[in-house]
Write a protein that binds this ligand. Structure first.
Ligand SMILES: Cc1cc2nc3c(=O)[nH]c(=O)nc-3n(C[C@H](O)[C@H](O)[C@H](O)COP(=O)(O)OP(=O)(O)OC[C@H]3O[C@@H](n4cnc5c(N)ncnc54)[C@H](O)[C@@H]3O)c2cc1C
Ligand SMILES: *[C@@H]1O[C@H](CO)[C@@H](O)[C@H](O)[C@H]1NC(C)=O
Ligand SMILES: *[C@@H]1O[C@H](CO)[C@@H](O)[C@H](O)[C@H]1NC(C)=O
Ligand SMILES: *[C@@H]1O[C@H](CO)[C@@H](O)[C@H](O)[C@H]1NC(C)=O
Ligand SMILES: *[C@@H]1O[C@H](CO)[C@@H](O)[C@H](O)[C@H]1NC(C)=O
Ligand SMILES: *[C@@H]1O[C@H](CO)[C@@H](O)[C@H](O)[C@H]1NC(C)=O
Ligand SMILES: *[C@@H]1O[C@H](CO)[C@@H](O)[C@H](O)[C@H]1NC(C)=O
Ligand SMILES: *[C@@H]1O[C@H](CO)[C@@H](O)[C@H](O)[C@H]1NC(C)=O
Ligand SMILES: *[C@@H]1O[C@H](CO)[C@@H](O)[C@H](O)[C@H]1NC(C)=O
Ligand SMILES: *[C@@H]1O[C@H](CO)[C@@H](O)[C@H](O)[C@H]1NC(C)=O
Length: 579
């Protein structure tokens, strides 16, 4: 087995890739679970913690027992309840709040504040705070040996493992009732090498190496300071080097520069068998393929990943919209116009987001005059509705991001479900196809307005078979989504109805795009035929690689390489039909 040099500061145990699990198992094996936990804690340098819900200081009852609220701590949480930065600092919370709760037990099994008004005392007065789907224990991971010790511990005790990074997941894949979690958010290094050569290869890349916990916004700021562009997501705190690229990773620049999974050139990972491996095109290439879209923690715990950079780019930005869309025929016309323009916009490199009656798009391929002409009809439409239209040139991606994204990004702290579909390019390319899309949108408007991400790698020169996301990504122009939500005091029945309603409405988009798919990171929790939707023709290979690297099923992931929804690991998920 390959031995890797020790690279992370403060890690004193040598990384050995042979028999490590049985060796650590022998160290941990004496006594009952409590004694084993203490030994595990010693092995990981005292970085093992008991998890508690972030909101606990507001409550006077925890798991049925009286506790003393801490008013100052509670006030600080209330003041920052919807701050994504604050949420990433605490293990016991998620961006999408239902994933810290035991949804199957609702209205019990939660410890949430009222996200619309965090000071609302009804949410925490006389309410029992419960750990919900938050793992029982977590290790603040710093060293590959931490993961090796956790795997050994899991094998000895039967206690299951989970992996949490920045907690952005829409499917609860970074939680798990009763699990021991590996919290990787503090692995947040960022470094640049303009002549990066993947180990064992000869080609060099201008590339950025990041820990999973590096904030997307910090990465954008860093690369701007070195006059480069990183192709990243539409939110400040996504873990670009974690779940984001592992599931695919779209950006408003993806139409030109590809998905995050297209751009990664090397990954260092502790596999489910406890081996610390380098995966790239030249070694462990099957693992590399799987880490480029297989999703979540199925193939182990990523310590660092290296991503190609682009030079600094000048962007054209279009921000166009109107308000007062109670007139849905108005809104239907707007979407019809956007559908009509989409294929042309695709060829011009535009990417962006459509949120009901507003869009924010960017392209690196046009001049300002060309961008104005391209957006003319859309600007005219919005202005005729009393709206606004700006088409401006920005000197860098960071300038665009700082001005537009923090106020436009998806809010956190809410409980929401998504249903999404990749809408095939060829449908936008014919009059009939466009009419079908526009009609399907019109029909759904009385229920909700689609949230459209224009972030597919439409112009990107992709090498077939290089990534494991569904190939449908490369033949689509839109990643279209419908959202449903509910409140902290909702019942399991009500929540189930929201999942079902979203699933039924997105079905109309599945029906018009046979053979297409959906984005694993941002899909229906109960996606029918999910293996085909998320991985398509890549699924068979992906599953065989999973069996090779994780024969014992150490890392279970909802919908991939799993034991199924009836696994006790998923006891907090509401049991709903899926395939
Ligand atoms: C507000 C918001 C905005 C978003 N915007 C975008 C966007 O613009 N583009 C886009 O593509 N997606 C976007 N997403 C989706 C996002 O990419 C996924 O939620 C992604 O899974 C987040 O990864 P994370 O590591 O931050 O989250 P986590 O919830 O911590 O982890 C997500 C999954 O990845 C696994 N994982 C994380 N780190 C590691 C690691 N180091 N090793 C092994 N497994 C790991 C976890 O086990 C889990 O399965 C957004 C999500 C939210 C909530
Ligand atoms: C692990 O050890 C540290 C340092 O001794 C201690 O603070 C922490 O509470 C221990 N964790 C657990 C779960 O006991
Ligand atoms: C909210 O968070 C910010 C930084 O994340 C911090 O500076 C501020 O003190 C917090 N507010 C309160 C009331 O704790
Ligand atoms: C939460 O707060 C909002 C805003 O004050 C209020 O309208 C709502 O009734 C509260 N409760 C619930 C369950 O949403
Ligand atoms: C930044 O990069 C751009 C594009 O490569 C280049 O034209 C410009 O000269 C660079 N600026 C500096 C200050 O290096
Ligand atoms: C709604 O918008 C459509 C299209 O712009 C317009 O023809 C119609 O008159 C509007 N209806 C109302 C009630 O404003
Ligand atoms: C979109 O194109 C179709 C077919 O060419 C046309 O009937 C429809 O009016 C167009 N939509 C808008 C809003 O212009
Ligand atoms: C493009 O439109 C903007 C208004 O949105 C205007 O300020 C700018 O001058 C136009 N650019 C060109 C090249 O005409
Ligand atoms: C769209 O139509 C053009 C012209 O007929 C054709 O060249 C192109 O291949 C089509 N694209 C797709 C994705 O169908
Ligand atoms: C939740 O709280 C709101 C506001 O107090 C109330 O109107 C609603 O009936 C409650 N829902 C349930 C299921 O109790």
């Amino acid at each position: 087995m390959v031995r890797l040099p020790w690279v992370l500061l403060g890690c004193t145990l040598p990384v050995v890739n042979s028999n490590v699990i049985s060796a650590l198992g022998a160290v941990l094996s004496h006594g009952e679970v409590r004694g084993q936990l203490a030994r595990l804690n010693a092995t990981v340098g005292g970085r093992l913690y008991t998890a508690i819900p972030w909101e606990l200081p507001c409550f006077s009852e925890y798991n049925g027992e009286s506790v003393t609220p801490d008013e100052d701590a509670c006030a600080a949480i209330q003041a920052n309840y919807t701050s994504p930065f604050e949420r990433t600092q605490h293990f016991g919370t998620y961006m999408i709040s239902q994933w810290s709760t035991c949804q199957a037990k609702r209205p019990a099994g939660e410890c949430l504040l009222n996200v619309s008004n965090p000071e609302d005392p009804a949410a925490f007065t006389g309410v029992d705070c419960e750990l919900g789907d938050i793992p029982s224990y977590y290790i603040d991971v710093q060293c590959p040996t931490d993961v090796q010790a956790a795997i050994a511990f899991s094998k000895l005790t039967g206690i299951r493992l989970s992996v949490k990074n920045k907690g952005h997941d829409y499917k609860g894949r970074s939680g798990g009732k009763g699990t021991l979690a590996l919290w990787v958010a503090n692995l947040n290094s960022i470094s640049h090498d303009e002549l990066f050569v993947p180990e064992g290869c000869t080609t060099s890349y201008d590339a950025l190496t990041i820990g999973p916990g590096a904030n997307t916004e910090d990465i954008f700021e860093y690369v701007d300071s070195i006059n480069r562009t990183f192709i990243g997501g539409y939110h400040q705190t996504i873990g670009a080097g974690g779940g984001y690229f592992l599931g695919g990773g779209h950006s408003v620049l993806s139409p030109v520069y590809g998905l995050a999974a297209d751009r990664v050139v090397q990954v260092k990972v502790v596999t489910p068998e406890g081996l610390y491996l380098v995966a790239n095109e030249c070694q462990n290439s099957d693992l590399f393929f799987s880490l480029r879209g297989g999703g979540g923690s199925a193939f182990g715990v990523v310590f660092e990943s290296t991503h190609r950079l682009e030079p600094q780019v000048t962007l054209q930005v279009a921000s166009i919209g109107f308000t007062g869309h109670s007139n849905t025929s108005n809104l239907a016309q707007w979407y019809s116009l956007l559908v009509n323009e989409t294929y042309k916009w695709g060829t011009e490199g535009w990417g962006g987001h459509i949120t009901g009656p507003a869009l924010i798009y960017v392209t690196p391929l046009l001049s300002n005059a060309e961008a104005n002409a391209s957006m003319q009809a859309t600007a005219d439409f919005a202005l005729a509705q009393g709206g606004t239209a700006v088409v401006e040139e920005m000197p860098s991606y960071l300038a665009f991001f700082s001005k537009y994204v923090p106020t436009a990004e998806v809010a956190v702290g809410t409980e929401i479900t998504l249903g999404t579909r990749l809408i095939s390019s060829e449908l936008f390319n014919t009059t009939d196809g466009r009419a079908v899309i526009a009609k399907t949108i019109e029909n759904v408007l009385s229920f909700t307005s689609p949230y459209v991400v224009v972030g597919t790698p439409f112009l990107y020169d992709y090498t077939p078979g290089s990534t494991s996301v569904t190939p449908a990504w490369y033949d689509s122009l839109w990643h279209l989504g419908l959202h449903g939500s509910w409140a902290w005091n909702s019942t399991a029945e009500y929540i189930a109805d929201q999942y079902t309603a979203i699933s039924q409405h997105i079905q109309t988009f599945r029906d018009i795009t046979p053979g297409s798919g959906a984005y694993f990171n941002e899909g229906d929790v109960y996606e029918p035929d999910h293996t085909d939707a998320y991985w398509g023709s890549n699924y068979a290979k992906l599953l065989s690689v999973k069996q090779k690297y994780d024969p014992d099923g150490v890392f279970d992931c909802w919908q991939f390489g799993w034991k199924g929804a009836s696994d006790p690991l998923y006891e907090c998920f509401i049991p709903l039909p899926q395939s």
